[in-house]
Design a protein around this ligand. Structure first.
Ligand SMILES: [Zn+2]
Length: 344
């Protein structure tokens, strides 16, 4: 059976396993039809897919929804929303595991490996709903209007839903593979850092052990390069390569001060011009200023144009050994997170 058929099979299996809380004879549509209908527009990459399919169904008797997904009938948008709202998102998790298992078996995962056989999993917080009017009992909320005059500041409440997205990425690859999402819940905290940190640790506790066999290196922005998350990554059998900004890691800056860093400079062609990539690294750096600080390895990349002007600069911490041979690959890996996160 071709890979696509096996994946669609897994999707149908997952949709058919959803708990149907409807009672009585009102089952014109199977619950699986609702879930498959929700998935279909993404698969066909067409927002008007369902309308199109309904037209096909009436004019030709049989639609792609039926032949591709094995749906019996095609429900309407509002029916789909009403039925699926009650389904726990975690019910779709088996699909992610099946997808990664397929990738692994067909060799697709090997093409994404880097840094001596590791895979890269980007962790990133993202919001998928924000409104000052539309909200539900599961919304997180925050006060807005800090820039307004004092009397009015914080008057406005903004409601939002956020999640931690985990995504398999690789340098040089234009495709990414989404893994199980972890939703930020209102009790997670009052700032972005709290919320993402708790969601990341829940994700690692729930899924980290299962992905450990792929030797994952977790990527994340500066919010992640804190001891609790780094420790949670190691406890889950993974490694980390997190952005580490100087402003938020004063202890690292102080430790580095006065030390002559190892350096590697690559001059590479970029179109008609030459660019300079300058790497620095340092091993055995304490992540924070107290005596319980864990020890990490630090690296930085600076990209400059021919005139010497720096156009990009970033620094990272990792638990893995960094040296002259692999520092460029570490920097490329750290930057691969951008593929999963177009807003940065
Ligand atoms: Zn809500």
């Amino acid at each position: 059976m071709p890979v696509l058929d096996r994946l669609l099979d897994s999707l149908r299996r997952c949709c058919r396993s959803l708990p149907d809380q409807r009672r009585g004879p009102n089952t014109t549509y199977a619950l699986a039809d609702f879930a498959l209908a929700r998935f279909a527009p993404f698969f066909m990459q067409s927002p008007s897919f369902l309308a199109h399919q309904r037209h096909l169904e009436t004019s030709q008797g049989r639609s792609n929804c039926q032949t591709l997904f094995g749906m019996r009938k095609i429900p309407g948008d509002s029916q789909i929303r009403a039925k699926l709202d009650a389904i726990e998102p975690a019910m779709s998790h088996p699909m992610f595991a099946d997808l990664v298992a397929e990738l692994d078996q067909c060799g697709g995962l090997d093409a994404m490996r880097c840094l001596d056989g590791h895979v890269l999993i980007a962790l990133d917080g993202t919001e998928f709903h924000c409104s000052d009017k539309i909200h539900c009992p599961n919304c997180s909320h925050r006060k807005r209007g800090k820039s307004l005059p004092k009397a009015k500041a914080g008057d406005k409440t903004e409601y939002f839903h956020a999640m931690l997205a985990a995504t398999l990425v690789a340098p040089g690859h234009n495709r990414v593979v989404p893994l199980e999402p972890e939703f930020v819940v209102p009790q997670d905290g009052h700032d972005k850092q709290d919320c993402e940190s708790r969601a990341a640790r829940r994700w690692l506790a729930a899924h980290g052990a299962r992905y450990a066999r792929f030797k994952p290196i977790y990527l994340g922005d500066d919010l992640f390069s804190r001891q609790p998350i780094c420790k949670a990554v190691l406890d889950a059998g993974g490694h980390f390569l997190f952005v580490c900004k100087p402003d938020s890691h004063k202890a690292i800056e102080e430790f580095r001060a006065g030390i002559k860093l190892d350096e590697r400079i690559d001059r590479v062609r970029s179109g008609k011009n030459w660019i300079v990539r300058r790497y620095q690294w340092l091993s055995g750096v304490p992540l924070r200023g107290d005596e319980k600080a864990m020890t990490t390895n630090w690296l930085s990349i600076e990209i400059g144009d021919a005139s010497g002007k720096v156009t990009y600069r970033n620094s990272f911490v990792t638990d893995l050994e960094v040296g002259r041979e692999n520092v460029a690959e570490f920097a490329a890996g750290g930057r691969a997170r951008w593929k999963a996160c177009p807003r940065t």
